[in-house]
Design a protein around this ligand. Structure first.
Ligand code: GRF
Length: 202
């Protein structure tokens, strides 16, 4: 089950994928792409022997052209699932049309609360007591696609984003690999009666 991972930053979620699912249960990371040429995530991939490529927007006429080149490369690498692990760019409709129901994202909040950037900061400012992580399919909206997995963590005394992020990252590093394993096993489908709803086989 060949997968591609896209990441813009540190790549701790990529590392969790490389450490816990890559090379197991038939799952193989065959490509790691970024919009940032010197993203630390790319170095993590190289260390694991995984092919990498960078597609900075500045190298292409526009987002549609950049995403077309990115999709071409992912297809050439043979990936059937695209995992966004801190990929800080919106994918164009043209890209998504080439990987239908096959792009997943990890978001550091319990969607549909706090979509978009600075989700943990938004949640803190709102004064919530329960934080969490969502893994979802990507559609054309911002963090709006069908939800695959969620996990909550009660932090009634959290004071700053750093403190919350320690818990959030630990959850992400389990939940994103778990979602990949479920998809690879064919245990994830969309409810024909309600395309917003994901069905999970036990
Ligand atoms: C994660 O918190 C993820 O939820 C968000 O971006 C962050 C990426 O972190 N989309 P890392 O680069 O995987 O460490």
């Amino acid at each position: 089950f060949p997968i591609a991972v896209l990441a813009s930053g540190t790549g701790s979620n990529l590392q969790a994928i490389l450490d816990s699912v890559h090379g197991r249960e038939g799952i193989e990371v065959v490509a790691v792409g970024s919009n940032v040429a010197d993203a630390p995530a790319l170095e993590r991939a190289r260390r694991a022997g995984v092919p990498t490529a960078a597609f900075p927007l500045a190298d292409h006429p526009d987002r549609a052209a950049r995403d077309a080149a990115l999709a071409d490369w992912i297809e050439r690498q043979g990936a059937g699932l695209v995992v966004l692990a801190g990929y800080m760019q919106l994918l164009t409709p043209g890209f998504l049309a080439r990987f239908p129901q096959a792009v997943v994202n990890v978001h550091p909040a319990l969607l549909p609360a706090f979509p978009g950037l600075r989700a943990v900061e938004q949640a803190l400012e709102h004064g919530v007591r329960v934080f969490g992580v969502t893994v979802h399919f990507v559609d054309e909206g911002v963090d709006t696609g069908p939800i695959i997995l969620q996990r909550a963590v009660e932090l009634p005394h959290a004071r700053d984003a750093g403190e919350v992020f320690e818990h959030i990252h630990a959850i992400e590093h389990e939940l994103l690999p778990e979602a990949i394993r479920l998809i690879a096993r064919g245990a994830v489908s969309v409810d024909p009666a309600n395309p917003r709803r994901v069905l999970l086989e036990p």
